[in-house]
Design a protein around this ligand. Sequence first.
Ligand SMILES: C[S@@+](CC[C@H](N)C(=O)[O-])C[C@H]1O[C@@H](n2cnc3c(N)ncnc32)[C@H](O)[C@@H]1O
Length: 303
Amino acid sequence: MSTKKVKLLKISEPQMGYSLDFGNTRVKAKPFIKWAGGKAQLLPQMSNLFPPKDQIGRYFEPFLGGGAVFFHLQPPKSFLSDSNHDLVELYQAVKNNVEELIHALKPHKNEPDYFYEVRAQKPAALSQIQKAARFIYLNKTCFNGLYRVNSKGEFNVPFGKYKNPAICDAEGLRAASMALKHATITNADYQSVLDKARPTDFIYFDPPYHPLSKTSSFTSYTSDRFGEGEQKELANVYRELANRGCFVMLSNSDTPLIREIYKDFNIYEIQATRAINSKPEGRGKITELLIINYYWATKRRLS
Ligand SMILES: C[S@@+](CC[C@H](N)C(=O)[O-])C[C@H]1O[C@@H](n2cnc3c(N)ncnc32)[C@H](O)[C@@H]1O
């Protein structure tokens, strides 16, 4: 762990009242896939803690997943990335070829035999658009919207038995495509942020969470492991960006390790409801942490 002293950044109130997010230019876009750890339900609690638009440079979200925070903020210039290659290809298709994607989604059916046929397809034999349509189709119709692959990289979540899943939400996809127009989307490890971020850029980290107990870990986004060593490495990256003068926000679970490695920063508690978790202790209301490296110059309530 780096021992360099941390400087917290001071933020002044925005000129016009409390408009803490990114203004009126937003289209009505939201995540177009279900994703474990999705932040949509937490946005009301998080939105008071985002730095104001008039004080930040560019936006980085390097653990993109479903991108709930990106779609909420819709900053003018963003760098979005994730280590899941198929997910990133999907975003690129939504951004660049949304009409072809909508067209390719239309024939997909919510039927078990058809689901297993599509699940058995080899993605390498499909075009980029067909792959993207298959990703959305499986995501909308599989059990709990989980993304899980076996050791050969084959998707292996069973059929979800939903009555009427929105397999092709054409309007939602078009809105997402518009919101993504000024975003650069790459398949990269989160550490690549270090090469690009400059003072006043805003970085939101939403890594795989540190497990609450040894048995409650949910780490099946990709085959990559995100253990204690990786959490500490991420805290070093966080600290380096903070010392560079970036605004940095990070979500994680409320565990002694996370409180310890971010103790030099501002730690807020928020209440979440866990939906995707097979262990009983992970369901229901649970406290999570939101960690920022800035503070407001004037006293204000951040609840
Ligand atoms: C908690 S999810 C993000 C959820 C997202 N904020 C949302 O609202 O849906 C974590 C994401 O990090 C990605 N990931 C895991 N390890 C990574 C790494 N080393 N670098 C970049 N992305 C990684 C996973 O593929 C997953 O999409």
